[in-house]
Ligand binder design. Structure first.
Ligand code: BES
Ligand code: MN
Ligand code: ZN
Length: 478
């Protein structure tokens, strides 16, 4: 979608305006006859009015932001989303948005993000795209010079859509190989360094935890490292790590079949790591960034790993595999240990790691686990700003104790009953980060959404891209 700045009088087609409840309606020549029962600015309320020549533009779309005292900035993303959805519904290739609230830098950014996000729909596998109309142009109405704001909003939201689009590929298409190909493509486009390690490389490197998870799959694993500003050693190094399970059947500890199709999204963390390095490179943040992930299926078969197996991870620790469905932490163990060797200022990992996370926080906030209070604050604040919200969870030593194994150093489940399942999973990861500052974001509840809301459609959400990119932008400023 093309974004343009327009002066109010330059708008010809549809003009969408966000209105706070109780606020006098704009364009009185058009809205004079609007009755209160038709539109009063309630949150999410929408009214489209033909201007019948009473204004330079053809149609006015009023969008309610609700009461001032309950106003949340995210309403403006919903406004941008509603404007685009309205335009798509009436098959208009362009729509203009006008936010009367200040500061314009913030309100315009929000509306643009919402508009771009709402313009993405998961229709890539529909042969008839009749019910999907793509809006080509978004005109942002303002008298201010906000070109840089538009550019930044577009980078963030387009990176999120990029993640959604790759993630929407089911497991028969999004194989580990496809993720490696996508990484190579991204590296070429963004002039990043890329290394793709194959199964033989993983054997040589003794990344046995990744190999163990891969054992049951007919498809070979990949391990991918993307690097931004690799040569600029004077810049501080950060790392993002993602979980890349292209399908999680559970393996021998097989999952129930109900809902198993959603496990095509178990690669979200890996794809999100790609989206983050894409956004960071487009923003030109003054950091070095490494984005790493292992990708494999988790499948049952005659060659699959078995409960009780003991494996030696990349950092030398032995892991007793008591449940093959706790596979995410296994591939992350090797990936984190590998990344920690580069001694980054901080490692941030994203993973659809535990169902227990959904029990804890539902689908509105991701779980944040970190060994650093400053990192906690930066990521929490970034979550509030991007509305990709997180809530900090504990990592006390008592939880870490729960992972002690009878025969190996550490076991991959904290307890048979699943007590504190998300926390023991995070504690498991903490065994593989050396002495790095580290944050783990368990996105199991937010990686995909069951029904569309203000600006995100049902399907892969891409949540985490704007969150971590914003956090890295803040860290880069220090
Ligand atoms: N990928 C799942 C976690 C998950 C579950 C993500 C539901 C999204 C929705 C993960 O690999 C898993 O299976 N975790 C197990 C861990 C358990 C065996 C300790 C879980 O949560 O049940
Ligand atoms: Mn699993
Ligand atoms: Zn999984």
């Amino acid at each position: 979608m093309q974004l343009n700045l327009k002066k109010p009088r330059e708008v010809k087609g549809i003009l969408a305006v966000a209105v706070m409840q109780g606020q006098a309606l704009p364009f009185p020549e058009v809205t004079r006859s609007v009755r209160k029962d038709e539109f009063e600015g309630k949150a999410g309320q929408l009214l489209a009015i033909d201007t019948h020549g009473k204004a330079a533009f053809r149609k006015l779309v009023l969008y309610g932001l609700g009461e001032k005292k309950e106003f949340k900035a995210d309403c403006l993303r919903r406004f941008g989303g509603a404007a685009v959805r309205y335009a798509a519904q009436v098959k208009s290739p362009s729509v203009a948005v006008f936010v009367l609230l200040k500061p314009a830098r913030d309100t315009v950014r929000l509306a643009c993000e919402g508009a771009i996000l709402a313009n993405y729909r998961p229709v890539k596998f529909k042969t008839k795209k009749d019910d999907y109309f793509e809006v080509k142009e978004l005109d942002v109405v303002t008298n201010e010079q906000l070109g840089d704001v538009l550019k930044k909003a577009a980078i963030m939201a387009n990176a999120q859509n990029y993640v959604r689009d790759i993630n929407e590929n089911p497991a028969n298409i999004a194989t580990p190989q496809l993720l490696a190909d996508e990484a190579r493509k991204l590296a070429k486009e963004r002039k990043l360094d890329v290394a793709v390690f194959d199964k033989g490389d993983l054997k040589r490197l003794k990344m046995n935890a990744i190999l163990a998870v891969n054992q049951g799959s007919a498809l070979p694993p990949v391990f991918v490292v993307l690097e931004y500003n690799r040569g600029r050693k004077n810049l501080p190094l950060y790392a993002v790590v993602g979980k890349g399970i292209t399908f999680d059947s559970g393996g021998i500890s097989i999952k129930p079949s109900k809902g198993m199709q959603d496990m095509k999204y178990d690669k979200t963390g890996a794809v999100t790591a790609m989206g983050i390095i894409k956004a960071v490179s487009e923003l030109g943040l003054p950091i070095r960034l490494m984005a790493a992930f292992a990708a494999t299926e988790n499948m049952p078969s005659g060659s699959a790993q078995k409960p009780g197996d003991i494996i030696t991870a990349y950092n030398g620790k032995t892991i007793e595999v008591l449940n093959t469905d706790a596979e995410g932490r296994l591939i992350l163990a090797d990936t984190l240990a590998y990344v920690a060797e580069a001694k980054p200022r901080a490692i941030i990992d994203l993973a659809t790691l535990t169902g227990a996370m959904i029990v804890c926080l539902g689908r509105n906030r991701a779980g944040l686990f970190t060994n650093d209070d400053h990192l906690a604050k930066v990521i929490y604040d970034s979550g509030e700003k991007t509305f990709e919200r997180v809530w900090r969870m504990p990592l006390d030593s008592e939880y870490k104790e729960m992972n002690k194994a009878d025969f190996g150093d550490i076991k991959n489940i904290g307890s048979e009953t699943g007590d504190a399942g998300s926390i023991t999973a995070a504690c498991f990861l903490s065994e593989f980060i050396g002495d790095c500052r580290w944050a783990h974001i368990d996105i199991a509840g937010v990686d995909n959404i069951a029904s569309s809301h203000g600006y995100l459609e049902k399907g892969a959400s891409g949540i985490g891209v704007r969150l971590v990119t914003e956090a890295l932008a803040r860290l880069a400023k220090r």
